[in-house]
Design a protein around this ligand. Sequence first.
Ligand code: PEP
Ligand code: MN
Length: 376
Amino acid sequence: MILILKPEVDKESPELKWIYEFLENFPGINVRLMELQGETRTVREIHLIGPTHNVPEEVLAKMPGIERVVRVSTKYRQIGRHDVSFVPVGFTYNGIKFDQESLHIFAGPCAVDTPEYVEETFKVLKELGIATSRMGAYKPRTSPYDFQGHGAKCLPWVFELAGKYGIKVIAMEVLKERHIEEIHKVLEDAGKPTGVMLQIGTRNAQNFELLKEVGNQKEFPVLYKRGMGLTIEESLNACEYIASEGNRNIVFCLRGVKSQLGSPHRNLADFVHVPVIHRLTRLPVCVDPSHAVGSKEKAPNGLFDIFNAAAQGVIAGANMILLECHPEPKRALCDGHQSLTPFELELFVKDMAIVRKAFEERVNAFSQEMVKEMVS
Ligand code: PEP
Ligand code: MN
């Protein structure tokens, strides 16, 4: 059960004390106060975990200080929306707002390689007005003989270069707790020239101990990638581990699922699930067309399959795109075959602006029709 508090009720308010006193009558219930920083207000919620069937909803709903009582039906109680009218507050990290309304393109190489290529990438992003990037220092590879990433040693120059070009957030995969500590330390030592969104890759989508580690810190937001062979329900339950440890700054990423039916693509794009995740959770949703498609094949009209896949996500309201690009894809140490060149990236950005505009027009046209229907 979730009790949404009235905007004026804070930690010091007597109303909160009265609510806690009332809840003491129900042993076995664990009470947690959650604070979500919205655009215009801080949303405070009391989460009741345990045997809540005896807790009288009607009495609580009438208590001063309580705006609304929501019975939680799904297992993912913290990331879940539970009710369509539930406020899907997002979060702001390093000046960038992430919610179910916004759209950001995180472009960059699969893996950090040379300082020259990384600098060139940031420079191109800056020219395109993009302050969000992606690149891995720690790479989980299918073969132990493939490039595993430069690890911590590349972080100082990556962060310094990011700062130089005004990059605010880099999505960077972590594979274990030590990687989070290394990122934290290098950022601190450098005076925080940029920010990092910790990425949980599809291979770790059910690595519950790692999910608890990224959930156990609040410094960095988390990009959680759906498991390549997991149902939405299984992935949302796994993602809940992050929130249940205390970190609610999460973006849920769809990256395609493994299936022969996706052939000739690397995976079967699941971007039709963007609105499903919006409906089931309060999380912003990312799509990763690079790993879903896995090649630079084009349609006869010239549009890359990667563009078309991304468009499917954006037309349905995606809030973030994770995209691989490289100044010289042929020389990339990882996933060059699916990486766009700077020129192709520029085309991609223009294409996504067209699709985003179409999405906004769809939503406006639809809501106008709904209003007409209601007044008629
Ligand atoms: C990546 O984004 O670099 C990556 C490895 O993706 P995934 O975990 O989706 O395969
Ligand atoms: Mn990759």
